[in-house]
Design a protein around this ligand. Sequence first.
Ligand code: SIN
Length: 553
Amino acid sequence: MSADRQPPRLRVERHRVLVVGAGVAALSAALELGDATLLVDTVLGGGSSPWAQGGLAAALERGDTTVAHAEDTVTVSGGIGARPAADVITAAAPEVVHWLQSLGARFDTDGDGSLVLGREAGHRARRIVHANGDATGAEIVRALVDRVRANPAIAVREHTTVVDLVRSEDGRRIVGVVALDRRAGLDRRDEQGGRDGGLTVHLAGAVVLGTGGYGHLFAATTNPPQVCGAAMAMAARAGVDVADAEMVQFHPTALAAPGADPLPLLTEALRGEGAILVNDRGERYMAALHPDAELAPRDIVARGNYAELVAGRRPMLDARAAVGERFPERFPTVFALARAAGLDPRTDLLPVSPAAHYCMGGVATDVDGRASKAGLWVVGEAASTGVHGANRLASNSLLEGVVMGRSVGRLLRRTARPAPERVVVPAAALHVGEHDAEVFAAVRQLLWRHAGVVRDEAGLRAGLAMLGGMVDAEAGTAGPTVRNAVEVAGLVLRSALARTESRGAHCRADFPRSDAAQAARQIVHPAAAPSIVLDIEPAGARPVDAGHLVVAA
Ligand code: SIN
């Protein structure tokens, strides 16, 4: 057998706790843990977090209460938001703002140094903390990244793509991850010349996933390319429960800039300042759809804009009178994005489209961030604690990421290193192929077309049929992103098909009403993918056979 045909001998590393992710949830977990290894797909601070233009919600105004914040969170959730989880994140919010300030985050303040508190749709009080107007995520990430980089106890591995979860031999516990060292590349060889494909088995006493949602799997999205459902896909292949995959929040006002992917976000705060939506006939259509017009809940405004597009009209945001000359100072991020698209929001109408923005669905966890298999913890958008239900309240996502990251980090401070001798991984994890941009683009198109703003049975079934063809074509040869995309697309389509009602962001044209009998989370218990056993032995161990690999420890 040539060296290339040998089963791979994978490197093995042992850690106390592994944190996977680059954004606020993963960074907060690592900071609270102190002694941890952080695996990052691209670079620290990548992902959605630094793109967040909205702020962080906290009941800090005199007269406001964390209970009122929790109530607003559940009210907006379409009737299925989990109150215990809402209580946890809202109760922690004021202290989180102070913690972030203590780490160096600079929030917007008024002349006497008090925090400026803004109001957003669905909040009954002024409770949104911002930084640099519309760059809150970037400022929080900057402060967290500085602290992580300054902490020698946190080992940071950038350009490391986690491809699958590693289970104990009985399959019941998550004991690590298989990761691709992208700097080493697929051609990396072991000392015998066998190709290990740049893969390493990282074993840990606990794994924390904070890799974000799956918004970029929709062709129209505000999410960066890293946000492709890695956590949900890996969890499903390991037989870990996922929840509410159909619950995807579409932001009403992404800038419809030709050729832009992702689409630049035009923050809801613009409508909060009085910007209005008009179509190319000059009609202001939202007032006819909801008493709060442009400040109606996000799902209603998204469907209003979508209806204009479907009718062949062009929805546009008009911020000329409401913001006008204050634009560069008040919304510097949006101003720069619009200018880059050749528009001047002080004088131009801004063409908009709904776009996938935030995933309420994710890996199912309890209110402590614990997944359905021991050893696995999931935080931030990757998780579904149930707090957001069918619709997330504005500015609750940075908050949830920081609160849950910190709380999981604290819970895992005493975790010990593991010493498993035999583990199980999905077989396909060992055959990482090159990225297939065509298949990836096709998955994104089919999700947007068939599981987008408005869905129906025929479309969802058509999407599943198309996906079935792609799975056959790609089995065993796909790169990690395409494998994850196909896995997550299947979960979204099947969950959307199973929820035969409309609720919050999930809109079924064939079931336009909510059904009280379906007012609950939808938890899926996936069967683990076909797997392979690995023996963890001292360095120099040889593979036994292709179905029972021996790896060097
Ligand atoms: C926005 O600024 O419109 C988005 C904020 C959020 O997603 O909470």
